[in-house]
Ligand binder design. Structure first.
Ligand code: HEC
Ligand code: HEC
Length: 464
């Protein structure tokens, strides 16, 4: 690892301001509309008629943006974009969920196994009889028929079961919420109210995909065999997914560790420029990317950067940068999806989850001698402007950066860090906890922080 000095602060940085909660995006849209109306007719605005007109326009704009956000919420939670043609139709994941006893294959997916691989259940979708049965321990967690029932109730977060008229599972699809929502465990572990935008660090995506009886199409795409595909998926572990595997076919880092990255949160993104660990583009760029190329929904996706066969052999061969389904079920959803994601504020840490006095001292270090705020600029905690760095600048290798057209890492926005401490930190979870992150910077930037100062910085990070 290189021993580079960190950048020197050029000027005093503004202290962190509290981000306004959900609805900021909506409020902004309204404010813009209102000021446009007012400036278009300055003298009219003085008359009573125009004032009433302005109020009407304001209300209409407010309703429109609220509608967009709630459409986006529906999409984020419940839209498969037609991807059941892939997860069910091609990989036959539905058959593994059903099990031989219900017309599928194998033992079927019991609720215990489903919860064990990190799938979550939305308690709001359950009738009270089912909730009571769960709390009184009367639900057989080993019976795959219960899983089918939960799917029928549309209560499995991020998973949609398609049933025929006689109630048999015919296909299965996935939704954004699978990886970017969890639940508050209020009914039982893994069962509770939805927490949208929270990274599901319990979810073992590799284990879920491995259940599929037919992984041959994935093996053929990657020019390998099913055993190798299973080895790659098995190496991901909880809280990880590899969004670049279908582009470059790389399953492992040069040192033998999995090439997968952590599932990031999808909240706290308002004001942030580049997205994903390696800055592939904006939120809406990535939403289109994921819905088309990872979920295998049916839509349109364009990115000529994927034509580079040296960097993206699999994507170039399959023309993934020029994806066009006969019916586009994704593009009309992008505006709402983005509005919804922008409306999700990073949640505040619970009282007592950090030492406030230590966090206050840590905040001074963060914005001062430890130089963190040169990159993590409060209150966004990423750079306003171009928020990307080379691996060398932050003292790490460039393997994952080089799997992105940017060849860089994006400065992670840090608000809500406390919600995703499972699985470690940095894109691949290489640092087990926040103290390991701070020690890494101490060494990389020659900060000479005492152990007390390191502790204070950690408490500050937990307070964001
Ligand atoms: C199978 C799990 C999975 C699903 C499903 C999924 N994502 Fe993601 N998402 C990820 C991973 C992993 C990353 C990080 C990718 C990277 O940096 O290479 C990510 C990154 C993101 C980011 C960037 C966040 C940031 O920190 O900048 C956004 C935005 C996002 N996803 C939105 C969505 C939306 C919207 C959907 C549904 C259309 C979706 N995701 C579906 C796993 C998933
Ligand atoms: C040169 C710019 C730069 C400086 C200075 C910097 N960081 Fe970072 N930080 C980054 C980048 C880039 C990443 C993303 C690394 C990755 O994805 O692997 C990051 C990631 C992190 C993460 C992990 C976030 C996550 O979700 O896993 C934490 C925590 C963090 N930084 C804290 C700090 C602290 C504390 C300091 C000061 C001691 C600091 N950073 C200084 C650029 C910087």
């Amino acid at each position: 690892m290189s021993q580079q000095r960190g950048p020197t602060p050029r000027r005093t940085l503004p202290r962190r301001r509290v981000l306004a909660a959900a609805g900021v995006a909506a409020a902004c849209a309204v404010a813009v509309t209102v000021s446009l109306v007012a400036s278009a007719s300055p003298d009219l605005a003085a008359s009573t008629g125009a004032t009433a007109g302005t109020a009407v326009a304001q209300q209409a704009a407010q309703q429109a943006s609220q509608r967009l956000v709630s459409e986006g919420q529906q999409t984020f939670r419940f839209d498969t974009f037609g991807d059941e043609a892939f997860w069910g139709g091609t990989l036959h994941l539905d058959q593994a969920i059903e099990g031989a006893a219900h017309g599928g294959v194998g033992p079927g997916l019991s609720p215990r196994t489903a919860l064990g691989v990190g799938l979550k259940v939305d308690s709001a979708a359950l009738p009270s009889t089912v909730k009571d049965a769960i709390t009184s321990g009367q639900v057989d967690l080993d019976d795959p028929a219960v899983t089918l029932q939960l799917l029928k109730l549309n209560s499995v977060v991020g998973v949609k079961g398609v049933f025929d008229s006689s109630g048999n599972l015919r296909s299965v699809g996935i939704e954004c919420a699978l990886c970017h929502s969890t639940v508050d465990d209020s009914l039982a572990p893994g069962i509770g109210k939805r927490l949208d935008g929270w990274a599901n660090r319990d979810l073992n995506v590799g284990a879920v995909v491995s259940l599929a009886p037919n992984l041959q199409p994935v093996a053929s795409l990657l020019h390998t065999d099913v055993a190798t595909v299973k080895k790659v998926l098995g190496a991901w572990g909880p809280g990880k997914f590899d969004a670049e595997l279908f582009l470059d076919g790389k399953g492992f880092q040069p040192d033998g560790r999995s090439a997968a990255t952590l599932l990031p949160p999808a909240f706290g993104m308002l004001g942030v420029n580049q997205h994903t660990w390696t800055g592939w583009g904006s939120i809406t760029y990535w939403n289109a990317f994921v819905a088309n190329l990872e979920m295998h929904g049916q839509g349109t996706f364009t990115d000529a950067r994927l034509d580079d066969a040296r960097q993206f052999p699999i994507a170039a061969e399959n023309h993934f940068g020029h994806t066009r389904a006969p019916v586009d079920r994704i593009t009309p959803k992008l505006a709402g999806l983005q509005a919804y994601q922008l409306s999700l504020a990073a949640p505040k840490p619970p009282k007592g989850s950090f030492d406030a006095a230590a966090a206050a001292r840590g905040g001074k270090l963060f914005n001062g001698t430890a130089q963190c705020s040169t990159c993590h600029v409060p209150p966004l905690f990423t750079e306003p402007g171009f928020n990307m760095h080379s691996g060398a600048e932050i003292g790490i290798d460039s393997f994952e950066a080089d799997r992105s057209p940017s060849h860089m890492y994006r400065t992670s926005p840090l608000a809500g860090l406390w919600t995703h401490q499972k699985g470690g930190f940095y894109h691949d979870g290489r640092f087990a906890d926040l103290l390991a992150v701070v020690r890494h910077y101490d060494q990389t930037f020659d900060l000479h922080l005492t152990s007390g100062q390191q502790h204070d910085l950690v408490e500050y990070l937990k307070s964001l």
